[in-house]
Design a protein around this ligand. Structure first.
Ligand SMILES: [Zn+2]
Ligand SMILES: [Zn+2]
Length: 186
């Protein structure tokens, strides 16, 4: 989910639209911006899905941070790990329980029940392992400090603007401006 903040500078009249977060595709040494909510459709052109791109370390998340000192906005890139695990873990679990049902226990229905109950946690564990693996393999250091003044005192734009008095730095005239509109896209 992303939020678009429209800004309008009272001093110079400049208008901007700041997006809280967007996905980027790492492709041939560059980053290609993916438009929300059509990411999956765009990725199809590259023979990818969101999850395929994520598990290959090709999906990045660009998150807008605002600086508490100067009000400047910085786009911070980070690796977006897969949000779905593989199905290997859960399938192994089902096989194990089936073997147990056939060879050891004489109550296969109970095993089916245990298998079904175990499926959800198995998927969670599997997802956790997939994310960890992708982050270890493709992760890179993320620097959230302000790209305008260098201050480390930043926070996510969406949190920054939850304070209605917060003002952003106008990129045209350098004045502080107030957000004049916001819209949510899910
Ligand atoms: Zn700053
Ligand atoms: Zn301005």
């Amino acid at each position: 989910m992303a939020v678009v903040f429209d800004t309008w500078c009272r001093k110079c009249g400049a208008r901007t639209s700041e997006v809280s977060n967007t996905f980027l595709l790492r492709w041939e040494g560059g980053d290609i911006g993916l438009m929300h909510p059509g990411e999956s459709w765009q990725l199809e052109n590259y023979g990818l899905t969101l999850d395929k791109a994520a598990s290959k370390g090709l999906l990045r998340l660009s998150t807008a941070y605002a600086c508490r000192e100067c009000g400047g906005i910085s786009d911070v890139k980070s690796l977006s790990p897969p949000s779905e695990g593989t199905v290997v873990g859960p399938i192994l679990l089902i096989l194990l329980i089936t073997c147990f049902a056939v060879l050891v226990s004489h109550n296969p229905w109970l095993c089916v029940l245990v298998g079904l109950l175990g499926f959800v946690p198995a998927r969670y564990i599997d997802m956790y392992v997939s994310r960890k693996r992708a982050l270890r393999k493709y992760g890179f250091p993320v620097d959230t400090s302000c790209q305008h003044c260098g201050s480390p005192n930043t926070l996510k734009l969406i949190e920054f603007l939850s304070d209605k008095k917060a003002r952003l730095l106008c990129s045209s005239c350098g004045e502080r401006e107030r957000v004049c509109g916001e819209s949510w896209i899910s």
